[in-house]
Design a protein. Sequence first.
Length: 83
Amino acid sequence: MGCLGSIIIGALAGLLAGKLMRGGGFGCLWNIVLGLVGGLVGSWIFGLLGVTWEGGWIAELGTGLVGAIAILFVANLFKNKKK
């Protein structure tokens, strides 16, 4: 998949992660950014676990979603400490 496709999949993963997380994440724009970074984090997490995906864009979406949820979870920990 090309670079543009990966960006679109990462953005979609960020939006989905924001909908799935309690509190809704950090807003639409930041959730998209976190989804883009989440694709990298998800790839790293699955690499550590030795998991490989064979499934095209669906696998990329799953990887990005897991990474974005992980980032949102950690970010929410810091967000809640400030209150």
